[in-house]
Each structure stands twice: as structure tokens, then as C-alpha cells.
Design a binder for this molecule. Structure first.
Ligand SMILES: [Zn+2]
Length: 416
């Protein structure tokens, strides 16, 4: 180890932002392992006050030396060492002086934690461990604490425009319910399961007066969410907006059922026409890649049940383009007649499901919201889901969702 001269202690005091009574006593540089050790102490004769009553007190003793990881300096891992003084008040007894560079009990300085939060925002936890040399658990703990801090600071209010969405977590149909603020583009609440109870837990945090402020709620046609919202949001009948993508999905799934059945029947007769065409029927027509368009128009124009079902699905898309609810409604009536007279069972069932929910599909023309209204939020959630593949449990996933999508104030501050 090499002793660094006096000037370096002043340089480090500046770098650490230390102010009286704190000063740097010594800086040691270990070139072999690229490490810088900085010893900090209090100035002689510094004045202290009791943490409880703020009366002047004297130093009682010093606690054991502690170490904090700080931001790297000159590409060297930098650690701060100090023995923090303890004061003694005649009334309140012995108290530990709090270091201004870290939150009590933390092994990292405020600046290092802030940097790590920035790093974690840009890459997954494994990436953060490679950049900082921390372990997976250490990095995750910083993320977890940042979320805890952010949630504690978060103002308690219910957003005016909500979206309720279920997301499958990992495989095997395990779901989480995500409540999002459509205006802020943030995830407000993540809860296990997609039951009525899970959504009611969210609503119950607010008073009825607060819940009345909700203007509209976008959601899937999922009975438990409907029931919870009706139970807790005043005038929910006029505020629920069924998400248009979920509505369309009902018909797409019906098309897929028809295709599967028909493909099986055709194959039995040695007809392979529908082989490998699943994607073509499900995607929007304009999204079919050019190199498959000829193939698609050929199979589409043969007299198949699948192509009739497909035409009904495609024509429903026009419904959403109407500006006025009245016109949209009469278009729907024509579409419904066509669909229910198609003699294609899955299509008839899908059409009836949509009709049953029509009142809260029509609310779209008033509020124009969908679950994807908050732009960018869905792709962010998707990114977290991908990163969460390496997570061992759902708590990890929830923490990451709040961290990346919660719009929280995550950074440590001394007086929070
Ligand atoms: Zn005191």
C-alpha cells in the first residue's frame, strides 16, 4: 500500500462532499487490486447535539470501524472507513451519530446506491452485478429497498383513468393483476391472482369519496374484475370500458377454433390446404408479410369455413373506427346479424359474448381508452417479464415491475 499525500485527503473530502465536522484522515491506494480506501473522522473539538433533544452533548466513545462501498474513483473500487462517534446525553443516554454519506445500517453510500439504481434501470440484475462486482442478492436488495422507499413516499390517490389487466407470469397460467394509471403511464398496483378479491384489495385502500373520482376503467371482459369494480366504483356501469383488443381476441380465438377443426377434417381426406396457415388467419390482413400474401389470397378465396370466419373477424375491426356511438352501434347490429347467421358455432358464441357485454363496449366511444392507452407502458412490462425469467419467485417479479414501471421516487436521501 502507498500512502497518498495530504492533498489527496482534501481531494477526497471534496469528492465525497464531506462538510465540517467530517474530514478525510487518510487515503490509501492499492494498485494491485485497484482499490482505494478512505478513512473519515470527525474534526477535533467538533460540537455535537443529542439526536433526541438537540441539546449540546459530548462524545462518549466511538463504535467499531465500519465500511461503506462508494462510487468508484479513477476506476478503482472505493471504500469509506469510519468509526462513528457516540454521544451521551444526561437525559437520553448514549446515541450513535449518523453518517451523512449513508442511510443508517446501509453498507453503501447514498451516491453508490443512487448509481446502482441507475444501472439497474438500464440492465437486468445479472448485468448490474457484472458492472459493479456486487452479488445478485446485494443488487436485488438495493432494488427491493428502492421500491420500498418509493412506495412509502408515494402519494395515496386513485387515478382518474385506470386499466386493469391480467398478465401471465411464467408458464402454467399463473396470473398477476396489474392496476395501471393510464394518464401517468405507471403500474399502480400488482397483486397475485386475478380474482375479485385481488382487485377489491386495491380498491379498498381508498375511501368511497376518493373512488368516486375515477372517471373510467379499461378492462378485459372478466367477470371477477367486473364484479369488483361494480362493488367499489360508484356509477361503474357507465365507467367500465371493455378493452377493444380483448374483445377482438374473442373473435380471433373463434377463427382459430374453426381452422383447427376444419384442418383436421380436410387432412382426413388428404387435403393439406390449411397446413401452416395459423398465423395468416390471426394477424391483421395488412400485417401479412409480402412473401406470403399470394399464398394467403389463394387459400382465402376457396370456399372454406375458416375463410368465412376470418372475414367476419376482419370486418369487426371497422366497428372501432366510428366516431359516433350511434353509427358504431348500427354497424355492430349488422355485423351481429351476419355473425349469428353464419352457422359457424364458435363465431356465433363469440358474437353473443360480445353482444352481452355491448353496453360497456360502447363506452369506448365516450372515453377512447384501452388497456394499451398508456403508451410505452406495455412494452416496459413486457421487458420486465422477459428479465423476470431468471427470477426465482413472484415477489421478485413484482418488485421489478414496481421498480421499472411504478413511476416511483427510488433514490435514497438522508432525510426521507
Ligand atoms: Zn437528549
Amino acid at each position: 500500500m502507498r500512502r497518498v499525500g495530504m492533498k489527496d485527503t482534501e481531494l477526497y473530502a471534496t469528492l465525497l462532499g464531506l462538510q465540517y465536522p467530517w474530514r478525510v484522515r487518510e487515503v490509501k491506494l492499492n494498485m494491485v487490486i485497484n482499490r482505494i480506501e478512505v478513512w473519515v473522522e470527525e474534526a477535533l473539538g467538533a460540537k455535537w447535539t443529542c439526536a433526541d433533544c438537540r441539546k449540546p452533548v459530548s462524545i462518549y466513545d466511538h463504535s467499531e470501524e465500519r465500511t461503506w462501498r462508494h462510487l468508484d474513483t479513477c476506476q478503482c473500487e472505493t471504500h469509506i472507513h469510519a468509526r462513528l462517534p457516540r454521544t451521551k446525553c444526561p437525559e437520553h443516554g448514549v446515541k450513535q451519530v449518523v453518517a451523512p454519506w449513508a442511510e443508517p445500517g446501509k453498507r453503501f453510500t447514498l451516491l453508490f446506491e443512487g448509481l446502482l439504481i441507475d444501472v439497474l434501470k438500464e440492465c437486468d440484475i445479472t448485468g448490474a452485478t457484472r458492472l459493479t462486482g456486487l452479488s445478485w442478492d446485494e443488487a436485488f436488495k438495493i432494488m427491493e429497498k428502492a421500491v420500498k422507499r418509493g412506495l412509502a413516499r408515494k402519494e395515496k390517490r386513485i387515478p382518474e383513468y385506470l386499466s386493469i389487466d391480467e398478465k401471465a407470469f411464467a408458464k402454467r397460467h399463473r396470473y398477476e393483476t396489474l392496476v395501471c394509471d393510464l394518464q401517468a403511464g405507471t403500474v399502480e398496483y400488482v397483486i397475485e391472482d386475478r380474482s375479485q378479491e385481488s382487485l377489491e384489495k386495491y380498491y379498498r385502500q381508498f375511501t368511497e369519496k376518493e373512488r368516486k373520482e375515477v372517471k373510467a376503467v379499461a378492462m378485459d371482459m372478466w367477470d371477477p374484475y367486473i364484479a369488483a369494480t361494480r362493488a367499489y366504483i360508484p356509477e361503474a356501469e357507465d365507467k367500465i370500458v371493455f378493452d377493444r383488443f380483448h374483445v377482438t381476441k374473442q373473435v380471433s380465438e373463434a377463427v382459430d377454433k374453426v381452422r383447427r377443426k376444419e384442418h383436421k377434417d380436410l387432412q382426413a381426406e388428404g387435403d393439406e390446404r390449411l397446413k401452416g396457415t395459423r398465423y395468416l388467419w390471426l394477424t391483421n390482413q395488412e400485417n401479412i408479410p409480402e412473401w406470403r400474401q399470394e399464398e394467403f389470397s389463394k387459400v382465402k378465396d376457396t370456399n372454406l369455413r375458416t375463410s368465412r370466419a376470418w372475414a367476419i373477424k376482419e370486418s369487426l375491426r371497422k366497428f372501432w373506427e366510428y366516431r359516433y356511438a350511434k353509427n358504431a352501434r348500427s354497424y355492430f347490429q349488422r355485423w351481429y346479424f351476419w355473425a349469428t347467421h353464419s352457422k359457424i358455432e364458435p363465431i356465433i358464441r363469440a358474437a353473443k359474448t360480445i353482444k352481452r357485454h355491448l353496453a360497456n363496449i360502447m363506452t369506448y366511444f365516450k372515453y377512447h381508452i384501452t388497456n394499451a392507452t398508456a403508451e410505452g407502458l406495455n412494452s416496459k412490462i413486457q421487458m420486465v417479464k422477459m428479465m423476470a425469467c431468471g427470477f426465482r419467485n413472484r415477489d421478485h417479479y413484482r418488485t421489478a415491475i414496481y421498480f421499472h414501471c411504478g413511476g416511483l421516487d427510488l433514490y435514497p436521501r438522508l432525510s426521507s
